[in-house]
Design a protein around this ligand. Sequence first.
Ligand code: PLP
Length: 417
Amino acid sequence: MLLQQGIFVFICNIKKTARQHLLFMNTSLRQLFLQHVAQTSDAPLQLEINRAEGMYLYSPDGQRYMDLIAGIGVSNVGHCHPHVVQAVQEQAARYMHLMVYGEYIYYPQVQLSKLLCAQLPPSLNNVYLTNSGAEAVEGAMKLAKRYTERPEIISFKNAYHGSTQGALSIMGDELLKNKVRPLLPATRTLHYNVKEDIAAITTQTAAVVAEVVQAEAGVIAADAEFLQALRKHCTEQGVLLIFDEIQSGFGRCGTLFAFEQYGVVPDILLLAKGMGGGLPIGAFIADKKIMSSLSHDPVLGHITTFGGNAVCAAAALATLEVLLQNNLMAEVKEKEQCFLQYLQHPRIKAVRSKGLMIAVELDSFDTVLQSVQYCIKNGIIVDWFLFAPHCLRIAPPLLITPEEIQTACTIITKSLD
Ligand code: PLP
């Protein structure tokens, strides 16, 4: 009897497994995606992509999409750049994970840090590699507090610095914070590009975190005078000035880093996104004298298991080599002008740009949504901004050609007819 029951259960289990297998075979990837992959909006794009190369993404049924957002400012050197892919493959075959945060010596990390520092002013000479942009923000905030022994971090209205709780605390918009309070105390936001607000930065302030170009606000570039006044005041008050170039860096604005266009040097520079050419990596970079406050009193000022992982570091080194060797920054301004020339339509209220970081201002979020949907149907991927939902986001790989710009703009303007 017991044996029969056992056999029955066994057969039922086999049938169940077979049913699940059949269900899996018959269930589309889209259904499985909706069932098992966490979503953060109730209207995910649901674009199914199975290959990407250069400027383009490809769906399984062969539809080609021109990527005008570069995975939100990531694929500056294009998707699957052969030099980056080769570096990743070679590194993966050699070793992947050893141990990071400045303990073991390994080639891709050392060479990446050296090459990065060689592009920067002498005071930015020491690199802490992280997993992401938000982790770079967190590390830099902690570094500033440790170094200055002060409590306060100041940021700006409409700033986006990431989604972890420290980074959220200095976000310049309240809506996304409200459900997760309490956040960090001793944070304040000032008005961006308003010189009068700078006086609110005092000797209680450890650091001021500023984007050189506010991305999610809909591409608001800093005024040179504002950044210079900010630098001067921070120096006078002994406050560390942190530039978040996570979105504006790696050639996006026409120079390797946007701050180079302002004659202002930060105390700490934050990088990520385009840095890894598609793999996750970020960094906070400072003078060794500042950075060394992570190593004592107490030790281990910032710890990360994977930050600067060997494969990601190799990808970042290869990405930087591609940017420098091909001088991809050199044509960015020309391509920006191309966009400005073709983005003409009575329904476009304004176009703001800094290199290939472009916001096309329309009359409402509804118009933006309609335009995004039309563009995607016609093979062009555009998006909007977190704090400027009435603006279309354009931030293509830097490789985009003038012909591709014209094609893309024709479809964008048609979407507004
Ligand atoms: N800072 C800026 C300016 C960003 O645009 C982002 C991401 O969009 C971040 C920080 C956070 O980077 P990550 O998403 O890698 O944590």
